[in-house]
Design a binder for this molecule. Structure first.
Ligand code: MRU
Length: 377
């Protein structure tokens, strides 16, 4: 895999984009990623045409968020296929696809969407008879996954906003789950943006999300773009503020949801769920069906990514901790299903008992069910 990634300091120029920014785009036979490590200071795009650059972008969190890394991986396989010489034979094209797929799948272990999207592209391409068809099918599949996520985001936003009362509420969120994290309208943050549009949000409390600060850097930036009033808080302040400020609901995303409803999400989600239970605040997990993994029985079986201790011990390369300090850096934690009030999906709101309602919803995947008509309790 050759290295052909190049950072640029401008966005796409084709005039087709309705949002103020697009996290993931396909243009000029290549994948373009909004480099999330440059936010909130600069909106930079990276052009990805090879597997090494794609893997580096996912590992370094240039693109991040469970659905977004799945979509980016699918387009990356398409980009690698498009970069092949048109005279490439079919076997060589398949070897490139499989090698790129395996490397991408190994980048991050926790978010199930990554593996799900890669396997979908691998399955779709098996019928190709030429390398040109490999390129066409991988791109069509990536576009379909991207479009499905965008429409799932719209359905989740409507279903989640409908859970809030008629009076504007103070809500809390953790990590970043906005358009940046899905390539569409977002999961939990999509609900909040839609609820604000309906006049149902007074303010949002945004956990800063140690150590990579997805809340402070990304969620705050996205809420500003959408005109949603908010305050960034330290993660440790959440439990106290839930009670003293009268928070009405918590909305978070997910990276993998096991068959029993145990939910892996950004580290710090579990303590927020515990605090919500103490204060009687509804705790909603917003996730598309592609984040549910019925093959994983419960949270104990979910692999939690361990990241570089330097993310905890340093900030922007400056040492914060004592020179002798070492660190543990699990990137995710697992919230037990018992702390989840409901899952908000593109099929509607799923309530306990989750083992049954999740099975029923996943069985209905692909069926067209109006959000309002789904009552899986
Ligand atoms: O390590 P990250 O930034 O990729 O973690 C992302 C999260 O935990 C998100 O909250 C989750 O993927 C939900 S995204 C819509």
């Amino acid at each position: 895999m050759s290295n052909a990634s190049s950072p640029v300091s401008h966005g796409p120029q084709d005039g087709t984009h309705r949002r103020p920014y697009e996290a993931i785009q396909w243009r000029d036979d290549a994948l373009w990623l909004l480099d999330q490590t440059s936010l909130p200071w600069r909106v930079d795009y990276r052009r990805i045409t090879d597997g090494d650059s794609a893997c580096e972008a996912i590992r370094a969190l240039r693109v991040r968020g469970a659905p977004a890394i799945g979509i980016a991986a699918a387009y990356s396989i398409a980009a690698v296929s498009h970069a092949l010489d048109p005279r490439t034979d079919l076997v060589t094209a398949f070897v490139e696809v499989e090698g790129t797929a395996a490397a991408l799948a190994a980048t991050r272990p926790t978010a199930v969407n990554l593996r799900w999207a890669i396997d979908r592209v691998r399955a779709a391409v098996t019928g190709a008879t030429t390398s040109a068809e490999v390129a066409a099918i991988t791109l069509a599949t990536a576009r379909t996954i991207h479009a499905e996520q965008a429409s799932a985001d719209i359905a989740m936003a409507a279903a989640g906003a409908a859970l809030l009362g008629n009076e504007p509420s103070l809500v809390i969120t953790h990590c970043n789950t906005g358009p940046l994290a899905t390539g569409g309208g977002g999961t939990a943050l999509g609900v909040i943006i839609e609820a604000q549009r309906r006049g149902l949000i007074s303010e949002v409390l945004v956990d800063e999300t140690r150590p990579r600060l997805q809340g402070a850097r990304l969620t705050s930036w996205e809420l500003k773009q959408h005109g949603v009033p908010h305050h960034v808080i330290t993660d440790g302040a959440a439990a106290g503020l839930l009670g003293s400020r009268g928070v009405g609901a918590a909305f978070v995303g997910a990276d993998r949801i096991a068959a029993n409803g145990d939910t892996a999400n950004k580290v710090g989600t579990f303590p927020l769920a515990l605090a919500c239970q103490y204060h009687g605040v509804p705790f909603y997990v917003v996730a598309p069906l592609s984040t549910f993994d019925l093959a994983t029985a419960d949270g104990v079986s979910i692999a939690v990514e361990e990241r570089d201790p330097a993310e905890v011990l340093e900030a922007e390369g400056v040492r914060l901790a004592a020179p002798s300090a070492s660190a543990l850096n699990p990137a995710f934690d697992v919230t037990p299903a018992a702390l989840v009030t409901a899952f908000i999906t593109e099929l509607g709101v799923l309530r306990p008992p989750f083992a049954a309602t999740l099975r029923q919803a996943l069985g209905a995947r692909g069926a067209t069910i109006p959000v309002e008509s789904v009552h899986l309790t």
